[in-house]
Design a protein around this ligand. Structure first.
Ligand SMILES: Nc1nc2c(ncn2[C@@H]2O[C@H](COP(=O)(O)OP(=O)(O)OP(=O)(O)O)[C@@H](O)[C@H]2O)c(=O)[nH]1
Length: 388
């Protein structure tokens, strides 16, 4: 993580983190902006008390209304673009800048009350760092620049003694320092929590040897999610079960470490042939893997399985310098087309069929692909029929 900006140095991880927090961030932004806008308007009372109901006080009220309108527009923009993280930061920054700009005429119109204005400025700076959700670097830039502008203005128009000027500068500098340090600490803690959560999630969902998803993830999340999606949009979903042939003899002949190497290479070969972020590869157990292929019909899945089978039988794994081993695999392929299948069935039924086909391929001499389409009948009757 970057020490200055308190963000992940890897932009992809940072984007993932921001999207993960987006719903919470938006609620926080809306609440804070509306609250700050209300406070800004209520403080018009101080203008009227200081200046009376004069045109200047009314002009200042206009500035306050402008801040409230920008805050409201920010909330509406974020509501209309629910998935944009960039827009959240942009609207937060614009509102902060407008809020700071609108403070300038108030200070200029009421120069006698500079100590109070300094206090308000300190509070506004803390709000920028700690309460309005924004990137820390933007908050830092807005906090520091507006503080400098305020100090210059105060020195030019105010009639503070040297001692008071020094106190004001010190207090506002401290507000910036404490605001930045606290916001940075908070930002780092939240990212560390996210990192730990991601590591734990990864550990519970992935197989440590091959990096593939594990059976638990398949059964508790993935398959259910993909089946529901395919059913909702009336799409095809294919499942391919594959298992290395005579894998026990690899272990027995070359040792367990060589067997592990073969498993890793096998998984890498399968992973290299599927669509990134669309298809999923699961280590189902031992040397058996499962592929879940959304929007894929039986012919497409069979074609892919056949390409995988051929690629594997042509490949070799280096298990020691200069020593290679070649393996083959058997494949069971099934697909369900929700454009025609309306019956509900337990998710295990698709895996069971792919598994049965895999063992049929083993019986048929191994290094082969067996495929059947899976379909259901009304009344929860589930059956399978051969493709084509
Ligand atoms: N090296 C290694 N071996 C494993 C792992 N998981 C399971 N195995 C081995 O995989 C082998 C599976 O053997 P079998 O179920 O008899 O299957 P096979 O020898 O591949 O025979 P067929 O599947 O019938 O072609 C066993 O020897 C297991 O110990 C693993 O993570 N690493």
């Amino acid at each position: 993580m970057s020490r200055l900006s308190a963000e992940f140095t890897d932009r992809t991880i940072e984007a993932h983190f921001s999207h993960h927090l987006l719903p919470q961030t938006k609620i926080q932004l809306r609440t804070t902006l509306l609250f700050c806008a209300a406070v800004y308007l209520v403080f018009a009372i101080t203008d009227i008390l200081a200046l009376g109901l004069t045109p200047v006080a009314l002009a200042l009220f206009g500035c306050r209304i402008a801040v409230a309108v920008v805050a409201l527009a920010s909330c509406v923009t974020n509501h209309l673009h629910p998935h944009s993280v960039g827009r959240v930061y942009l609207t937060a920054s614009i509102t902060e800048i407008v809020g700071m700009l609108a403070f300038a005429p108030i200070v200029l119109a009421r120069p006698d009350e500079l100590p109070w204005h300094s206090m308000s400025m300190g509070l506004m700076v803390l709000v920028v760092y700690l309460y309005i959700p924004n990137r820390l670097v933007y908050a830092l830039a807005i906090g520091v620049i507006s503080t400098l502008v305020f100090i210059v203005m105060a020195l030019l128009v105010g009639e503070l003694s040297g001692k008071e000027q020094l106190t004001m500068v010190m207090l506002l500098s401290l507000a910036n320092c404490f605001g930045y340090i606290a916001a940075r600490r908070y930002s780092l803690i939240r990212r560390e929590e996210f990192r730990v959560q991601s590591v734990l999630k990864n550990l519970s969902e992935r197989d440590p040897l091959t990096g593939c998803h594990n059976r638990r993830y398949l059964q508790q999340e993935l398959l259910n999610m993909e089946l529901s999606r395919a059913r909702r949009f009336r799409l095809s979903l294919a499942v391919v079960a594959c298992d290395i042939d005579y894998f026990k003899s690899v272990n027995d002949t070359y040792g367990h470490a060589a067997g592990d190497r073969v498993l890793v290479e096998f998984a890498a070969l399968l992973r290299g042939m599927i669509r990134e972020n669309v298809d999923s590869l699961i280590r189902f157990g031992g040397e058996e893997f499962l592929l879940v292929l959304p929007e894929t019909d039986l012919a497409g899945a069979m074609h892919l399985a056949e390409r995988m089978r051929a690629a594997l039988s042509a490949a070799v794994t280096e298990i020691a310098p200069g020593k290679t081993v070649g393996v083959t695999a058997s494949f069971g392929v099934t697909s369900v087309n929700f454009a025609s299948v309306v019956a509900r069935f337990p998710q295990e039924a698709v895996i069971e069929l792919a598994d049965q086909l895999l063992y049929a391929a083993k019986h048929d001499g191994r290094n082969t692909v067996k495929a059947l389409e899976f379909y259901g009948r009304p009344g929860l009757h589930v059956a399978a029929r051969a493709a084509g």
